[in-house]
Design a protein around this ligand. Structure first.
Ligand SMILES: [Fe+2]
Length: 544
């Protein structure tokens, strides 16, 4: 069966292709269009399709649109309710249902040769659920939480033998995702985009508004929840984008974060009981990108294992919708499902750019040496990642032992200084340094840094003594593992700083040309692109 999955309706448009139970390609439109998150999440943009990523997915799979057995579209307009019922106050909300109904024709225009009758609507939360529950080999309880789908914001259920059983959905307007989006907006950030900044800010605050929030946001005891209207101004003054960030803002973020964690724990426990005690929980939906909450669910919840879809946001529904139609388990083994280039193609790009480059015996050792000398490395290897995290394919790397690394990295990227940077660690050394969920190959949980290591890796230890760890397993990521092993040999540290290869406000680098553009515009010491090395000093002169 040849299925193309499409996410288009809200934000993070994306495409994925599955052929005979194998995921051949999955990518977000932003990596092609170079517009962060693909589009703004307004009803007027709901018609826009991930045309570039869809065309690439088909080409990568060697398919033409006419070869597809089905196109799975991760939104079902039949489930939409009218504006008054939703109580969200958006007079244009009906546009989403209108555009979605016409999506088969829009898709047939965008992908000439496609039979519009092959397009199937998959309910938004079923697509999220499948992206999680069908990505692990075993049966699992499944929990989906996001801002909103057609008319709900949550699904609790279980996958047994590839079939989804739905226990409970929480209808709008109650939404934990929209609660967090409202807070994000109130704190002067971009909603449906910058929620992770609020999570980072929360660790600087004291949850002194927890009392009122416990009254306003509650699990209802039947697997759902209620979110009453919140007078944000009564708690902390609204902040504009360039306004001062005060203690009150951090305290508000801390309070909402903690209340979210408490309610998610309640929902997880309820889902566990409803599933009859399935040992695995799988999660998706934008709220499942909250790695602080995920860590608490793993530590304090009843499940033996918690697995979160790396593309937990709406981008992942392209994969999920395609999986839902196939209704079979397709274990997720790598997020490296995007574009990649052959070595000769990379070399041609370097020649075209007329930069001096070498082909060292080991690019891993070359990068480790620059990192050990406190240099910054742009690490461009293999296929790009599906989902919001750089996992060693489109990464910016640095030394974890220098307190100034965080400032330097945030300066390179032009972003806020309270933003933490994260470590990648050799899997075999994880337990020496960290406590918490293991393995953690997709950076979806926070971990405790053992006290004796906090001063040795200060750049990646957050103010609260935690770190968002990526474990690197030699069988899955041999090149990254080799780089880490060499870095440890040189420095005694089995950890390297890893953040996404982009500058502020832009999507992650996807093509070799974009890698060179970043290298040319930011103080990066080495571009390690495939087997090739481009050194800043040899390219532009200078001290390093
Ligand atoms: Fe969603």
């Amino acid at each position: 069966m040849r299925v193309l999955g499409i996410n288009a309706i809200f934000h993070d448009p994306s495409a994925a292709v599955i052929v005979d139970g194998r995921v051949l390609a999955a990518a977000e439109e932003e990596r092609f269009s170079r517009r962060k998150h693909g589009k703004r999440p307004v009803p007027f943009s709901a018609w826009e399709l991930p045309e570039l990523s869809a065309a690439w997915c088909l080409a990568e799979a060697g398919l033409r649109p006419g070869d597809l057995d089905a196109v799975a579209y991760s939104f079902d307009p039949a489930l939409c309710r009218d504006r008054a019922e939703l109580d969200l106050g958006d007079p244009w909300d009906h546009l989403r249902a209108d555009y979605a109904r016409r999506a088969p024709q829009f898709l047939a225009t965008a992908l000439p040769g496609l039979d519009p009758n092959r397009v199937r609507f998959v309910p938004h939360h079923v697509a999220h659920a499948a992206s999680a529950g069908l990505s692990v080999p075993e049966d699992s309880a499944v929990l989906v939480l996001d801002g909103r789908g057609e008319s709900a914001s949550h699904l609790a259920g279980a996958y047994r033998g590839g079939k989804l059983e739905t226990f409970r959905c929480q209808e709008l307007p109650h939404s934990l995702g929209l609660l967090y989006e409202d807070l994000t907006r109130h704190l002067g950030f971009l909603h449906s985009s910058d929620e992770y900044k609020v999570m980072a800010l929360a660790s600087y605050g004291t949850p002194r508004f927890l009392g009122p929030l416990r009254d306003l946001v509650r699990a209802d005891g039947t697997g759902g929840f209620t979110v009453d209207r919140i007078d944000w101004d009564a708690l902390a003054p609204a902040r504009t984008g360039d306004g001062e960030m005060t203690e009150a803002h951090a305290d508000l973020a801390a309070s909402v974060q903690q209340r979210l964690e408490e309610v998610l724990l309640d929902l997880a426990r309820w889902t566990y009981d409803a599933s009859g005690g399935l040992p695995t929980l799988t999660m998706a939906g934008g709220t499942a990108l909250n790695c602080v909450a995920n860590a608490r669910i793993a530590a304090e919840g009843p499940f033996g294992r918690v697995w979160v879809q790396p593309a937990a946001g709406d981008a992942g529904t392209a994969l999920g919708a395609a999986l839902a139609l196939g209704a079979e388990h397709v274990p997720f083994t790598t997020a490296a499902l995007g574009r990649g280039w052959r070595d000769d193609e990379l070399e041609a790009e370097l020649r075209r750019a007329a930069v001096p480059y070498t082909r060292p015996e080991s690019i891993a050792a070359e990068a480790a040496a620059v990192l050990a000398g406190n240099g910054i490395v742009a690490w461009y290897q293999g296929r790009s990642e599906y989902g919001p995290r750089a996992l060693g394919h489109r990464s910016l790397l640095a030394h974890p032992g220098d307190r100034d690394t965080q400032t330097r990295m945030n300066d390179v990227k032009g972003r806020e200084q309270f933003r933490p940077i994260a470590p990648m660690v050799r899997a075999e050394r994880f337990h020496d340094l960290f406590e918490g969920v293991y393995p953690s190959p997709y950076m979806l949980f926070v971990h405790r840094v053992k006290p004796e290591w906090r001063d040795r890796i200060p750049a990646v230890t957050h103010v609260d003594g935690t770190a968002r760890v990526q474990t690197v397993h030699v069988g899955e990521e041999p090149l990254v593992a080799a780089m880490l092993a060499e870095f440890e040999r040189l420095t005694g540290l089995p950890v390297v700083v890893n953040t996404s290869l982009n500058t502020a406000g832009r999507p992650m680098v996807d093509t070799p040309r974009e890698a060179l553009e970043l290298f040319g515009s930011a103080p990066v010491d080495l571009l390690a692109i495939g087997p090739f090395a481009v050194h800043r000093a040899r390219t532009y002169g200078g001290e390093r």
